[in-house]
Design a protein around this ligand. Sequence first.
Ligand code: ADP
Ligand code: MG
Length: 515
Amino acid sequence: MLTEVIPPLTVRSPAAHTDHPRYAKRLHKVVRRLVPECHVRFVLSESGSSKGAAMVTAVAGRLHSQRLQVCHTLAPFSLSPGQLQQVRDRMRVDLERGLRKGTHTGTPVKMLPSFVCTLPSGNEWGKYLALDLGGTNFRVMVVKIRSGLRRSVRIYNKIYAIPLEIMQGTGEELFDHIVQCIADFLDYMGMKNTRLPLGFTFSFPCRQTGIDKGALVSWTKGFKATDCEGHDVVDMLREAIKRKNEFDLDIVAVVNDTVGTMMTCAYEDPKCEIGLIAGTGSNVCYMEEMRNIKCMEGNEGRMCVNTEWGGFGDDGALEDICTKFDQEVDEGSLNMGKQRFEKMTSGMYLGEIVRQILIDLTSRGLLFRGRITERLKTPGIFETRFLSQIESDRLALLQVRAILQQLGLDSTCDDSIIVKEVCGVVSRRAAQLCGAGLAAIVDKIRENRGLDHLDITVGVDGTLYKLHPHFSTILKETVKALAPLCDVTFILSEDGSGKGAALITAVACSLCRGV
Ligand code: ADP
Ligand code: MG
């Protein structure tokens, strides 16, 4: 039998209890009969209402003060419409600075020409190899493109992990590893002796001098292999292939993932002239007028420019909205002082911002009973996918607690409400900042073309955009509010890095063939 001592029950009506001669005795008897498995002790309340009221007031006061402190901590993440307009306008200034000849080497937004000047016609065809390096994994693919009535794109791919020690080892080790993965893939596909044209999606800032030439400007997103910055990535790949001496490849194009994404979506929708990535990193490309790209000769037509907008703010342009938590994330990163916009907006960093806020709130006794666990101190434990789970509207608070439990964070119900709020402000700000940046770009395109109104499509790739429950909605709302003269449609890219690299390679090959 279950025997439990119930905490003392306070009888709120002293008049009835004390005045009636048999009230108490009868009450005790009834309770014993109804719940014989419980021992209930009755104690008299002394002036219950006044003391109680005072206690309630004290608890409410404490909660109110905690709430105020939490709100105060999170307030800098709420950007006003005016602040977002400023971000848009500063982004616009930096886009122009990046395009201007001579200044583009030192500008935060690099505006790198991609040497992609035409969108796909839909008549591309052929079989291509594609590589995708630039985020969580490395992929090798065979892409088969058919045109005409049987128009289709088929991809066969294999995913390879890039161990941390290789990401941060020497350049030779990194490229040897890549070539080893390609060799494995070609064996797997039984294609070691077929020499296919290859498109290399290499999603880091590259200063290209041709469709198949590009020097790495600087590593981002957790990569830090030595002796690569300043070197041509296609040369480094070719040299590694030579070292291996097992197969040969015909490297036709080096492609940024934003450009691949734009091309993949443009293959379906010719109005797609912008590519956006919201995944491990954050970046955008768009079709710019040649006459505006001052570092390129020629004034005719357009070229896709990889903005590398992740570097926005590296000269202090975002100082007034940067919080101390952004500062901490930056200081704990591999590339301190660099990619400040990316660090406020992309999957690699959002969880880390949340973790910094949670540490701060806990250290002030506002969360997790003031206990900072070893787990909470571990960089990277709060992954951005947890933001998506915690912010899901379908999730009950109990489930939020379960997620926190998995992270070794013992939370109360109030804690889980606060954690959800923290995740919400961080992801909202990220989506709004991307929206403000995108508003600058669409409005620039509109002005470039001398239009009162622009209808344009953005092709998007990236798990943050695709899986976060609110990111895409907030991003779209922000663009709408900040670029009222543009109608912007968003379409999801299906494997922009693989399909896009193949399409760009196909376009490049057809230009060589003179088709
Ligand atoms: P990449 O940008 O590396 O090419 P993805 O677009 O798949 O690849 O993005 C991966 C990044 O997305 C991860 O680094 C992580 O930060 C983030 N991420 C993973 N899962 C989720 C999720 N469920 N919700 C939001 N972000 C996620
Ligand atoms: Mg990717």
